[in-house]
Design a protein around this ligand. Sequence first.
Ligand SMILES: Cc1cc2nc3c(=O)[nH]c(=O)nc-3n(C[C@H](O)[C@H](O)[C@H](O)COP(=O)(O)O)c2cc1C
Length: 261
Amino acid sequence: MFATCDSGDLTRDDDDSSACQGSLCLLLPANADANANANANTKTKENNMTAPFNLAETDRLLSTTRAVRRRLDLERTVERAVILDCLRLSQQAPTASNTQKWRWMVVTDPGKRRAIGEIYGRGKQFIAQARGEIASDDAQTHRVYDSAEWLFDHIAEVPVLVIPCLEGRLAGDAPNGMAAAFYGSIYPAMWSFQLALRSRGLGSALTTIHLFFEEEVAKLLNIPKDVMQVALLPVGYTKGTDFKVAKRQSVEEIVHFDEWS
Ligand SMILES: Cc1cc2nc3c(=O)[nH]c(=O)nc-3n(C[C@H](O)[C@H](O)[C@H](O)COP(=O)(O)O)c2cc1C
């Protein structure tokens, strides 16, 4: 539900634009300079090859797309066209066997958002439980929970709620390969959608907590039984666009070459 294993200033989505500033260059790929206004044809330092994209920009997009909650602008209307543009881009993502069974429920109606808000708000009970499982001095994770708690109280006010769905239902006892192919046929598209939003000045947060109450949301929105909801993304323009690189483990700690050692 809530990714809590990250170390450091991970989700300064909301209230602290200074997160990780000092270590930004360490976190980015060796050849990236997030502040540079590089040319479209970037020469990488390592292999002297010409990159087909402006690496400064694409690396900044990839490294600063955060889960945004409190910095969503609740007052600003989101145009339908921008949502469609971002979803159109997301359709370029891969799917298992090219199934493309993704479906997207976009909710803007205030009454429906309120009803979803009531259902989503019930997830708040899980926060207290989750907080109990983390160290009291783990400030970063507590900040994530603070932010997530805010969302429970305000999600109905977020201009657009996007629910990515998949046609078909995954059986509870599905083997790993099947589960991977199922969820893997929408998660890349969800992330592409979030990146496309970010590059247009909008933000979102991937949430899954409402899935505990999936049936109620399905009833509200008339989603057929054989369509599975996978997440809920609150979407809005962001207050400012200066999101920071989050602190993560060093890549060397998590990568194994040729042998798990
Ligand atoms: C599978 C998944 C489920 C998540 N579920 C929730 C959720 O239910 N509510 C929420 O507020 N955030 C949720 N998140 C967002 C994470 O808390 C967030 O991505 C994490 O704290 C790291 O922050 P960052 O994305 O800004 O780097 C989820 C993220 C993922 C990948």
